[in-house]
Design a protein around this ligand. Structure first.
Ligand SMILES: [Zn+2]
Length: 106
């Protein structure tokens, strides 16, 4: 197997995603291809993960997704396959941590 640097692979994956966004008819195939490339080269898709539905491999668009915030989690309901994906999101550092630090200083 020819070794390619991880940065190059990330560039290729970015290109695949932009092509998939341009041409909706090859969207599914390209998202599967990008996922397989990331798996093969041991790369995390990170922020790209919340751009598509992991069950039916289509992009989340305003017309086919319902987004709700609840218990510090964002839930995306895909309206193509009715499956739910959940993501955590970061808020301000928890207030309890500050209280503990203050008590330590005293
Ligand atoms: Zn879906």
């Amino acid at each position: 197997m020819i070794k390619i640097s991880k940065r190059k692979v990330m560039e290729i994956i970015d290109n695949i995603f932009s092509i998939a966004r341009k041409y909706p008819e090859v969207e599914k195939e390209n998202i599967i291809l990008a996922k397989k490339m990331a798996m093969k080269h041991n790369i995390k898709l990170q922020k790209k993960k919340n751009e598509y539905c992991k069950y039916c491999n289509t992009f989340f668009k305003p017309e086919n997704v319902r987004i709700r915030i609840n218990n510090h989690k964002v839930t995306y309901t895909c309206l193509n396959c009715n499956k739910i994906t959940r993501f955590n999101y970061r808020t301000k550092p928890h207030l309890n941590n500050f209280k503990e630090k203050d008590s330590l200083k005293k």
